[in-house]
Design a protein around this ligand. Structure first.
Ligand SMILES: Nc1nc2c(ncn2[C@@H]2O[C@H](COP(=O)(O)OP(=O)(O)O)[C@@H](O)[C@H]2O)c(=O)[nH]1
Ligand SMILES: [Mg+2]
Length: 206
């Protein structure tokens, strides 16, 4: 897959399919699926918007009430992007938090079309315990995942280099983690083409 083909895929129309707040709401699909997971505010919705080059696509995921759902976006009939509910949000009411975890756990443990999860981590903070926990869950369930550093525009080049090195070392302890970590910024566009190319390799052929 060339970079041009990737650009082409990400220029296709994006449609919001559905939001699943419960296990029963998860749609049946034959499209290969890529899920974006990470702590609240890590930049999941911003990254989806930046990847497709439209500011309004994942706004739907930021609508109050929809942030706690799995939001499914069909990219040109070739790939499904899933904006997952954020975890590690301390202010969430206790029962709600348990509900998200159950939904996330159910989805990650048995979703046949899921080709890859992208684990988004804020480059300023590195891995938190909640990231480690979700990666362990995916190690146990044999879900392939790739680690994506977000908000890299907030770090100086030297700081970013050190963060990347530290996280690559930590990632080696996880059997299901893709060895290549991707650095991105939805704000500057850094790393987006690389990620588009990686994702287009998972999409259905034209
Ligand atoms: N500087 C910077 N801010 C970002 C970036 N991506 C997201 N943000 C900001 O981080 C906040 C949370 O982003 P959002 O996409 O809603 O996070 P989500 O909760 O994971 O969906 C918002 O204020 C965004 O503007 C980025 O690449 N750089
Ligand atoms: Mg969001």
């Amino acid at each position: 897959m060339t970079a041009d083909a990737a650009t082409h895929l990400f220029r296709r129309p994006v449609t919001f399919v559905t939001g699943a707040a419960t296990v029963d709401g998860i749609p049946a699909t034959r499209l290969p699926e890529v899920a974006l997971i990470g702590r609240s505010n890590v930049g999941k919705s911003s990254l989806i918007n930046a990847l497709v080059g439209r500011g309004d696509v994942a706004r739907v995921s930021n609508t109050p009430g929809r942030t706690q759902q799995l939001n499914f976006f069909d990219l040109g009939g070739r790939l499904m992007l899933v904006d997952m509910p954020g975890y590690g949000y301390a202010e969430a009411p206790r029962d709600k938090k348990a509900e998200w975890s159950d939904l996330i756990r159910f989805y990650l443990k048995g979703r046949p079309p899921l080709r890859r999860a992208l684990v988004l981590v804020d480059a300023r903070h590195g891995f938190k315990d909640s990231d480690q926990a979700i990666m362990e869950l995916m190690d146990d369930s044999a879900v392939n995942y790739q680690i994506v550093l977000t908000k890299c525009d907030k770090l100086k080049p030297k700081e970013l280099e050190q963060r990347l090195e530290e996280m690559a070392t930590a990632a080696k302890l996880h059997v299901a983690a893709h060895p290549a970590l991707v650095t991105t910024s939805a704000a500057s566009g850094h790393g987006l083409d690389q990620l588009r190319t990686a994702l287009s390799e998972l999409a259905l052929p034209e």
